[in-house]
Design a binder for this molecule. Structure first.
Ligand code: GDP
Length: 208
């Protein structure tokens, strides 16, 4: 099936503090590689990937990176517009990024709507595998937070490719079943057009 034949297309956004690994997660998922230079994300970017949902449907995930805007606390509402799912990332070795996840969750729900499906991802798990002393956020604490806020939860490593595909798969599965049960046509982004007033996006063209 060609990409454009995909009946279902969903906008997913990345959220979380600068440096937690959002860009690496996205690159790992989309092209199974990491950026060659560890520079912060620059420019508006999104990437797409076709995902098979339990052998039944193929869905297109259009995943938007934050473009480094979070550094300036100036993520535009265009980033969130029409998003039906989000990967909210924190760094398991930096507790403050977990504390800030609460604010990100509020921002997501404020801009994208209460019904957005969120997966909380504790990234850089490889550093914990190296030494437990690196861990600043316990799995239990994060799991509890996710549960009480109606979020899915995983710990991930973009470096070791741990739980990256699984996280997107789980998120997209919930998004898809929710949309199928209760379709909201304006949120199917098959014919999504970029806002001409926004900087050009870069679809699926990783410079990696
Ligand atoms: P973003 O600002 O959230 O997009 O974060 P980046 O993807 O740019 O990553 C920030 C830094 O964390 C870079 O130096 C990455 O190489 C590093 N990083 C990203 N993911 C991981 C990971 O899974 N494990 C480790 N150890 N470092 C990572």
């Amino acid at each position: 099936m060609a990409d454009d034949d995909t009946k279902y297309s969903y906008k997913i956004v990345l959220a979380g503090d600068t440096g937690v690994g959002k860009t690496n997660i996205l690159r790992r998922f989309v092209s199974d590689s990491l950026p060659k230079t560890p520079h912060p994300t620059i420019g508006v970017e999104f990437a797409t990937k076709i995902i098979d949902i339990e052998g039944k449907d193929k869905v297109k995930a259009q995943i938007w990176d934050t473009a480094g805007q979070e550094r300036y606390k100036s993520i535009t509402s265009a980033h969130y517009r029409n998003a039906v799912g989000a990967l909210l990332v924190y760094d398991v070795t930096r507790h403050q990024t977990f504390v800030n996840a609460k604010r990100w969750a509020e921002e997501l729900r404020f801009h994208a709507g209460e019904d957005i499906i969120v997966l909380l991802a504790g990234n850089k798990l490889d550093l914990v595998h190296k030494s437990q002393e690196n861990r600043q956020v316990s799995r239990e604490e994060a799991e509890k937070f996710a549960k009480s806020n109606g979020m899915l939860f995983k710990e991930t490593s973009a470096y070791e490719n741990e739980n990256i595909a699984e996280s997107f798969q789980e998120l997209l599965k919930d998004v898809h079943y929710k949309q199928k049960a209760n379709p909201s046509p304006k949120k199917n982004v098959k014919n999504y057009k970029l806002d001409p007033n926004q900087p050009q996006a870069n679809e699926s063209k990783c410079s990696c």
